[in-house]
Design a protein around this ligand. Structure first.
Ligand SMILES: Cc1cc2nc3c(=O)[nH]c(=O)nc-3n(C[C@H](O)[C@H](O)[C@H](O)COP(=O)(O)OP(=O)(O)OC[C@H]3O[C@@H](n4cnc5c(N)ncnc54)[C@H](O)[C@@H]3O)c2cc1C
Length: 474
């Protein structure tokens, strides 16, 4: 299929990965997110489990990610947030126009609210300027370098040490193992003048961070005599428990203009529905959404039946509705199941001859229940805020598993090699020098956007590798 197909489950393939194009919402998971099975039990057909680490274990790395990379926000009003040893390095960005009615509605309903934390400079930070709030955040590289990504923070810092080389346009197609099955390096493929060029790099330590789908693909494409079905896969777990986020909420239409196109857009949230909702396993954070591209409003509006598909009526509705509309929605905490998975396609290969990823499985039934609950809460919030027309909204895969831009879970961490792919420091079971540093590690994906947790885990894993290899402390 083509990348324009929703089933492609897109993320960004470039230096900096998803952080180049993301919306930069920078949420921490809350304590319950790390112990979903203890909090809710394990629903039938699911692989819901606790993480091998707690919120408190990851707190120092959340703090490090927030301060080294730079997050703007205000932690007060965030129900279910875990303890933090300091606030954010920058104050929140000024709110978007859609926040004012939602603030009134929240007060009416007695909801706690907080600004949305963002990896975007609200004041000059890290040698880059403060955001001018142009609104071209989600899906775009920031035109002014106000949005933080790993290409304008962590990667140049690493290069400045003199101990880091970045090879672009190169694809890891295999990890090299010796006769004993020990990882000794990486095999790369690239292209020069249309011809594949191959290169091998020896390594004492290998850290894989290719995203939840591509990391699983790489390990699965690596059978050895010791591990016939791929690296770390003797228990048939690599690639399983693929998950992402169903989005649930409401399209809210007001009598008066509310959408002022001041970016990034998400500026008021409630975390009251993250957990402990009657009859629901988990929940979601709800917030106003990014400044929408007109095409997005058109395609969503026509799908929901509020904008005619073509002709003058369509243009009139777009002109009339764009400024009076906002989305209130959030990422539903999904319940992982082992049948949602990445395998290697037996027939289709990429340009270098590597089998492409094949995705299979479906959402768990609980995901639909949670989405309906969250959408219902968004409708209530929008109506209490004065919206005169509110349409329920669920963005979920119509076919196949959930993954998309929040893909996670395919090499989950744990305490037992029989039920997990890595230990609590991301080290692949059975390998002393192979680690995972991306969303694959997530046991569950939280009821918020995942990137801050991915970044915090990368700090945790990398520190453990450095400590082991150099005897470094702290
Ligand atoms: C449009 C969009 C909006 C988003 N908004 C938010 C948000 O507001 N908040 C949030 O928390 N998250 C958001 N996300 C999600 C977030 O960006 C991802 O969760 C995060 O980037 C995933 O990190 P990762 O390290 O797991 O993988 P990635 O960021 O996908 O990084 C993987 C890297 O590996 C490279 N790679 C892959 N395969 C190979 C290979 N074989 N050889 C060599 N290199 C390889 C890729 O090029 C990429 O650089 C968004 C994502 C997108 C696309």
């Amino acid at each position: 299929m083509w990348p324009t197909d929703g089933r492609w489950n897109n993320n960004a393939m470039m230096v900096g990965g998803g952080t180049r194009l993301y919306g930069a919402q920078a949420w921490r998971f809350c304590p319950e997110d790390f112990r979903m099975a203890s909090t809710y039990g394990t629903p039938d057909g699911s692989s819901l489990a606790d993480w091998p680490i707690s919120y408190d274990d990851l707190e120092p790395d959340y703090d490090r990610a927030e301060w080294e990379l730079g997050v703007s926000g205000d932690p007060s009003g965030n129900t279910y947030a875990g303890p933090r040893h300091r606030g954010y390095p920058m104050p929140p960005l000024p709110p978007n126009g859609t926040a004012a009615p939602l603030r009134q509605g929240a007060a009416h309903l007695g909801l706690s609210t907080s600004p949305v934390p963002l990896l975007i400079n609200s004041v000059p930070y890290n040698g880059r300027g403060a955001c001018i709030q142009c609104g071209a955040c989600v899906g775009f590289g920031c035109p002014g370098e106000f949005k933080t990504d790993t290409r304008n923070t962590a990667i140049p810092r690493a290069i400045a040490t003199g101990r880091c080389d970045v090879l672009t346009e190169a694809q890891a197609e295999r990890l090299i193992t010796d006769a004993g099955g020990r990882v000794t390096g990486v095999a790369l493929a690239t292209e020069a003048a249309g011809v594949p060029v191959r290169r091998e790099i020896n390594a004492d330590q290998v850290l894989v961070g290719a995203g939840a789908i591509e990391t699983a693909r790489l390990l699965l494409n690596n059978p050895s005599q010791q591990e016939l079905h791929g690296l770390g896969n003797n228990h048939d777990l690599v690639g399983r428990n693929l998950q992402g986020h169903v989005y649930a909420g409401a399209l809210a239409m007001f009598e008066q203009p509310v959408q002022d196109c001041v970016g990034p857009g998400p500026s008021i949230s409630t975390n009251d529905y993250r957990h402990h909702n009657d009859g629901v396993v988990g929940g979601a954070m709800l917030a106003n959404d990014f400044v929408p591209m007109p095409l997005f409003v058109y395609s969503l509006g026509s799908r929901l039946g509020v904008i005619p598909g073509w002709g003058t009526a369509s243009k009139t509705a777009m002109r009339d509705l764009y400024s009076r509309t906002t989305l209130v929605m959030g990422p539903v905490q999904e319940i992982p199941n082992p049948e949602s998975r990445v395998t290697l396609d037996p027939a289709v290969r990429d340009r270098f001859g590597m089998p492409v990823a094949r995705l299979s499985g479906t959402l768990h039934a609980e995901d639909h229940t949670t989405a309906a609950f969250v959408s219902d809460r968004a409708i209530a919030w929008a109506k209490a805020s004065g919206a005169t027309r509110v349409v329920p909204l669920t963005l979920a895969p119509t076919e196949g598993p959930s993954a998309g831009q929040h893909q996670a879970g395919t090499c989950r961490m744990g305490t037992d090699p029989a039920t997990s792919v890595t230990d609590a420091h991301g080290r692949v079971w059975g390998h002393d020098n192979l680690h995972i540093v991306d969303g694959s590690l997530h046991v569950t994906d939280g009821g918020v956007n995942p990137v801050l947790t991915i970044l915090a885990l990368a700090y945790r894993v990398s520190r453990a590798v450095a400590q082991r290899s150099t005897g470094m402390r702290g």
